[in-house]
Design a protein around this ligand. Structure first.
Ligand code: ADP
Ligand code: MG
Length: 567
């Protein structure tokens, strides 16, 4: 070994540690799930690297696993794996600091959030994982050696403000995390994590489907020769998605979802399907009930994992889900792909494209069903993901119709609620051929816009669109149910009908134009810098004047958006 170095946790890490230890998780059992999930990830990484790295080619997948060891005398619980391990630098980077983007923002949100369950949700999205060990331990010792390297590292901390780090020789490849357990205490609910039944229960509950064997060894003081019994595999390792739907309980689905999403809340929808035929696969997809805080940040990755015949291949498989459905989490297990398939190959694989098309239809179909069967739940899902789904109206022209059925927007029909396009069309007036809308920054600005007056007077319903993306999709989609989308702020609006061809109305209009000709031409000249033309209008009832865009002009909000994007 070498000399011990003492390093400080980053300020944000300290804050997070304090939160984890003192308040946020009411359920301490989950520390074990977090450590097991890290071990499982490390085993996946090793197996995957061994396929491409000749130095690791000797890795025998059958020898990989996770060991839980208790020691009553020392009061320790150790979670050990022979996975990829970490170099010293990796260890300092991933455990000493919080390198992930968005952390500062997350901490802000946590501080603002008064309600503890909200905090759990936020933390869940972020996954404090490793730090949760400090909920049950007052000291944690980690030994690790990266596969393919010679020297190992020892890390130890009490989770307060510093940690010790030291190089050590002779470690096996992989990682072991030893928890020096706090005293079990019935009163504050800290369970006895040295107890074998307790460990079995927690593993069964949270980690049963982990695809590596989890083995438990208890070193008992009363053992005759002081040695431990042979380890016993305590998880079933059954891939949840491979089991028939009617044999999986709701709780199992939720736990699996939690495992892959790091989300605290149960999903809003679970989709479990199996495709048979020339290209066989199973898919288990979840629609979360809450959007991650970074859903609209550039770095957000899609949430579907790819497996091939039960073997984990990759996270964030963009080939399986379009960008606008990046909030969908889950697993696809394809049977007829090669284990070392690459992202590039997947992008161009005809069969994968077929899978993706089918999954998209499934997700949109599930949302549609939810809307008709459980409108309340649908409303909350739309509130979280509607903006992303509306991106689909721009990106995914194959599914325009299905997406339009999901749209739920504010309208003048109901000052509080929203409407679907179907409901809008059902309420359309005789002779109305377009779906009218007006975009703006807020509902109030749209409602008070002078453009609305004539429509209100006529009793025409107008959709109130306040998302920037609304301006884009209403321009892109050809229409809904045979009715085009028409902005009430653009072009000539003639609500007076019968208008053209009606001699009386024509004469009346001509007479008024005559009366105001001098004023109109004076206004047009005076305002020539600001407007193209000044004309009489039938669209106003109480306001004296309003500014109207040309039928093909970009709207002010869109203009702002383009400018912000530097176009
Ligand atoms: P997450 O798992 O969400 O990344 P964690 O706090 O659980 O967050 O773990 C942080 C990082 O520490 C992991 O991403 C991984 O790089 C590393 N790590 C933790 N445990 C292990 C382990 N048993 N083997 C290898 N690396 C690990
Ligand atoms: Mg983790």
């Amino acid at each position: 070994g070498s000399s011990v170095e003492t390093l400080e946790f980053q300020a944000e890490t300290r804050q997070l540690l304090r939160l984890v230890i003192h308040s946020i998780y009411s359920n301490k059992d989950i520390f074990l799930r977090e450590l097991i999930s890290n071990a499982s990830d490390a085993l996946d990484k090793l197996r995957l690297e061994s396929l491409t790295d000749p130095d690791l080619a000797g890795t025998d997948p059958a020898a990989l696993g996770i060991w839980l060891e208790t020691d009553e005398d020392a009061r320790t619980l150790t979670v050990r794996d022979n996975g990829i391990g970490m170099t010293r630098d990796e260890l300092v980077e991933v455990i000493g600091t919080i390198a992930k983007s968005g952390t500062a923002g997350l901490l802000e949100k946590i501080k603002e959030s008064k309600d503890a369950s909200g905090t759990e949700g936020l933390i869940g999205q972020f996954g404090v994982g490793f730090y949760s060990a400090f909920m049950v331990a007052d000291r944690v010792t980690l030994l690790t050696r990266r596969a393919g390297t010679d020297s190992g590292t020892r890390w130890e901390s009490d989770g307060e403000s510093t940690y010790e780090i030291q190089s050590v020789d002779g470690l096996p490849v992989g990682t072991s995390v030893t928890l020096h357990l706090k005293p079990a205490d019935g009163e504050d609910g800290l369970a006895d994590y040295l107890s074998e039944p307790k460990i079995r229960q927690v593993v069964k509950q949270y980690s049963d489907f982990i695809r590596w064997p989890i083995m438990l060894t208890a070193r008992r003081t009363d053992a005759e020769d002081g040695t431990a019994a042979a380890p016993d595999t305590i998880n079933s390792m059954k891939a949840l998605w491979a089991r028939p739907r009617n044999e999986v309980t709701e709780d199992e689905y939720h736990e699996f979802y939690r495992q892959i999403s790091h989300d605290w809340l149960p999903p809003a929808e679970t989709i479990h399907m199996r495709a048979e035929g020339t290209f066989e696969y199973e898919a288990l997809l979840f629609i979360p009930s809450q959007a991650p805080f970074d859903l609209f940040s550039r770095e957000t990755r899609p949430g579907v994992q790819l497996y091939v015949k039960r073997v984990f291949i990759m996270d964030d498989c963009e080939a399986l889900m379009p960008d606008y459905l990046r909030f969908v989490k889950g697993v696809v297990d394809a049977h007829d792909l090669s284990l070392n398939v690459s992202r590039e190959i997947l992008q161009h694989d005809r069969q994968i494209r077929g899978v993706r098309r089918r999954l998209v239809k499934k997700v949109l179909g599930a949302l549609k069903d939810m809307r008709s069967k459980d409108a309340e739940r649908y409303a909350t899902v739309w509130a979280q993901f509607g903006r992303a789904l509306k991106e689909g109206l721009v990106e995914d022209t194959d599914n325009t119709e299905a997406l339009l059925e999901l749209v739920s927007v504010a309208s003048t029909h109901d000052p509080q609620g929203t409407t679907t396009l179907r409901e809008y069309v059902e309420r359309m007036k005789d002779g109305q051929d377009a779906v009218y809308y007006l975009t703006g920054e807020t509902r109030a600005t749209v409602e008070n816009s002078p453009h609305m007056e004539a429509f209100a007077a006529k009793g025409y319903e107008v959709l109130i669109l306040t998302d920037p993306v609304d301006e884009v999709w209403v321009e892109r989609v050809p229409g809904y149910d045979g009715h085009r989308f028409q902005s009430v702020a653009k072009g000539l609006v003639d609500l007076d009908g019968p208008g053209e061809g009606d001699p009386e109305a024509e004469a009346e209009r001509a007479r008024r134009d005559q009366d105001f000709a001098a004023l109109l031409s004076w206004l047009t000249t005076t305002l020539s810098e600001q407007v193209k033309q000044v004309r009489l209008s039938s669209r106003l009832t109480t306001s004296a004047a309003c500014v109207v865009g040309d039928a093909h002009d970009v709207t002010p909000t869109l203009e702002k958006m383009y400018r912000a994007m530097g176009q």
